[in-house]
Unconditional design. Structure first.
Length: 274
């Protein structure tokens, strides 16, 4: 079994002290997840004593930022959970056709695969030109990868089947060219995507969207932070707009159920009431 090198109390202490001293707020991440992330850094630094690690980190803001890097798990795939993207293709995007300008927010976009998947669907439905996709993340390194549009060829191969399972019918290789062992997505797909830094803990809503995706991020947040993020999404979503959470994440907050009505339980798709 994987041994954690830090207790829940020590985790909360170090995060609370960082918040107080450096005003960097990571206190509301799920404690168990934070314990694992900090343990990973302790192992990398070959430090297994909490007090020693505390002194090591607290002395320097760059070490704190390095520690937070362990919190940002930016694993992603194109058309991840293809059945969800099938619903997006067949039901959600067609419902946005009546808008002159379509605005979509991919929150926690990591290395960009989700935003590019949406761009491909919009392109195939003839709606890409009148859509802006805002793709945001707290992790600047992940955003850098997203902007380069470069992925390993093996990674993209693993995503190919997802594309077809999600209802794609074109040759998937039309969307990229191969260079050495890398795949570079077509530049055209990025033309309507705006990648930007956005922290769901501290930054507020910044637009009115008809579709917001926030997938595979809530699992890292505690209850308070989930509530805060959902309020931000509520404020950012037009009436009748769609909100999609991760396939294994559920909004179980009664206080927000009046805003987010279940549209498809299986696919974790919600619709904001009119
Ligand atoms: C597992 S990835 C999800 C990627 C994509 N949405 C998907 O489902 O494939 C989670 C992302 O959440 C981002 N994240 C974590 N905390 C965040 C915060 N407070 N604000 C914005 N993004 C955050 C991480 O940097 C990471 O890229």
């Amino acid at each position: 079994m994987y041994t954690l090198l830090i207790t829940p109390e020590q985790t909360r202490k170090i995060l609370a002290d960082i918040k107080q001293i450096y005003l960097l707020d990571m206190l509301n991440y799920n404690t168990q997840f934070a314990q694992k992330a900090i343990t990973k850094m302790m192992r990398t630094q070959k430090i297994d004593d909490f007090d020693e690690f505390y002194r090591f980190v607290m002395v320097d803001e760059s070490r704190i930022k390095e520690m937070f890097g362990y919190f940002f798990i930016n694993v992603s795939w194109m058309f991840r959970d293809p059945e969800v993207f099938k619903m997006i293709r067949e039901k959600v995007i067609p419902a946005l056709d009546s808008y002159a300008r379509i605005k979509i927010w991919c929150a926690g976009c990591a290395t960009g695969e989700e935003a590019y998947s949406i761009a491909i669907i919009l392109d195939e439905l003839g709606l890409l030109e009148r859509t802006t996709i805002y793709a945001t993340d707290i992790d600047t390194q992940a955003l850098h990868v997203a902007r380069t549009r470069r992925y390993s060829a093996t990674h993209m191969l693993a995503c190919t089947q997802n594309y077809y399972l999600s209802g794609g019918v074109k040759p998937f290789k039309n969307y990229y060219k191969i260079h050495n062992n890398e795949v570079i997505l077509n530049e055209r797909l990025a033309n309507n995507i705006c990648f930007a830094e956005h922290n769901l803990i501290t930054d507020s809503s910044f637009n009115e969207f008809q579709l917001i995706l926030c997938r595979n991020m809530f699992i890292y947040f505690n209850d308070d932070l989930q509530k805060h993020a959902l309020q931000t999404f509520d404020k950012s979503l037009e009436n009748g707009g769609f909100f999609i959470s991760g396939y294994h994440e559920r909004i179980h907050r009664n206080d927000l159920k009046k805003s987010f009505k279940l549209y498809s339980k299986l696919h974790r798709i919600y619709r904001k009431s009119y």
